[in-house]
Design a protein around this ligand. Structure first.
Ligand SMILES: Nc1nc2c(c(=O)[nH]1)N[C@H]1C(S)=C(S)[C@@H](COP(=O)(O)O)O[C@H]1N2
Ligand SMILES: [Mo]
Length: 335
């Protein structure tokens, strides 16, 4: 997403103070030897935790291999974006707004234990713990195009399961019309949530939504991995949404809650700039963003990150099987 500094989201004195206090405390801990590699204690992190209860032991992310099938239908014939680019060029404003910030700032993001709740207008509310995320549903590898609203794109081999299978287990009520998603809110772990400046002016937690039929569409994926292994923190560990026919900001990361509702739920980028980002946000080359064209995109493959590899953007990002869901809707507006 482009950086947006609107008058209402300018840096305030409070934010600075907040961040400063936090940084000072960390540098104090560091000078005492409680952070980083060097320490006088034999079991550093746990001993530090014993003194200073909010500085718990952190284990850096380590990808675990996953087991999955590879349905031929989802193996597309396009050059995949190399893994090191998928995991180093990210939008995850909870960890900072520059593309390299999430990979740098999320290395120690703790995702186990984790709880994902499915509730709202359902007959059987569910809670999935960390192990259930990868064990409850058979996993599939799906190679999808990911088209960011900023006009760059990637081809990513995700591992996951259909959101529909999760929603079916919760048994939605007849009154359910929409699905609301929410990212983790944890100011200790997500520096962008502590500072308006670092978090791009977003009111956290990050929220997203889909119409129920969109959520139930077989293309809509809950991803728990990429390139055959568990998701790195910067890509939305331990579980994120992937909606390949919509702009990337719909594909919300690190989800803790999925709520079925009868009203169109608020969505983060629409709340921040409703003239630029709509609820539907279907990829549409013929509707320009107010500040740039959406007719083409920079495909990130094996060249340098800024290599001139421009291709034409396709309607619904090429997933035209979703078109019937939008019959009768005016898609020429910036939805
Ligand atoms: N919680 C959360 N989810 C998010 C974002 C974010 O900032 N916070 N950025 C979105 C945007 S704009 C894009 S393009 C994709 C990027 O996913 P990737 O980093 O795995 O490529 O994540 C989306 N999901
Ligand atoms: Mo994006």
């Amino acid at each position: 997403m482009p950086k947006l500094f609107r008058p209402s989201v300018r840096l305030t004195e409070n934010d600075v103070t907040d961040e400063q206090v936090y940084l000072n405390r960390r540098s104090l801990l560091k000078s005492m030897g409680f952070l980083g590699a060097s320490t006088l204690l034999s079991t550093p992190a746990s001993a530090a935790g014993w003194f200073w209860s909010d500085d718990e032991e952190k284990t850096p992310f380590q990808a675990q291999p996953l087991e999955f099938t590879q349905p031929p239908k989802y193996q597309i014939n396009e050059t995949r974006t190399p893994e090191n680019k998928v995991t180093s060029y990210n939008n995850f404003y909870e960890f900072g707004t520059s593309k390299d910030a999430p990979a740098k700032n999320a290395t120690e993001f703790q995702t186990n234990p984790w709880t994902l709740k499915v509730d709202g207008l359902v007959n059987k509310p569910l809670t999935l713990d960390y192990d259930a995320l990868t064990a409850r549903f058979p996993l599939q590898e799906r190679i999808y195009r990911l088209r960011c609203v900023e006009a760059w794109s990637m081809v990513v081999p995700w591992v996951g399961f259909e959101l529909a299978s999760l929603i079916k287990q919760a048994d939605p009520m007849m009154s359910a019309k929409y699905v609301a998603f929410e990212t983790l809110y944890d100011r200790d772990q997500m520096p962008g949530q502590r500072s308006r400046f670092m978090g791009g002016g977003i009111d956290y937690p990050y929220v997203e939504g889909l119409r129920l039929d969109e959520a139930m569409h077989p293309l809509t994926l809950m991803a728990v991995g990429l390139y055959g292994k568990t998701l790195p923190p910067q890509n939305g560990a331990p579980i994120r949404l992937v909606v390949p026919w919509k702009y990337g900001f719909k594909s919300i990361k690190s989800i803790v809650r999925i709520r079925l509702t009868d009203k169109e739920p608020p969505t983060t980028w629409n709340r921040l700039a409703s003239n630029e980002y709509g609820f539907y946000a279907n990829v549409n080359p013929s509707v320009a963003h107010p500040r740039w064209s959406q007719a083409s995109e920079r495909r990130i493959t094996t060249g340098g990150l800024l290599a001139r590899n421009r291709i034409e953007t396709q309607m619904f990002n090429g997933y035209t099987e979703v078109a019937p869901m939008y019959e009768g809707m005016n898609l020429s507006r910036y939805y």
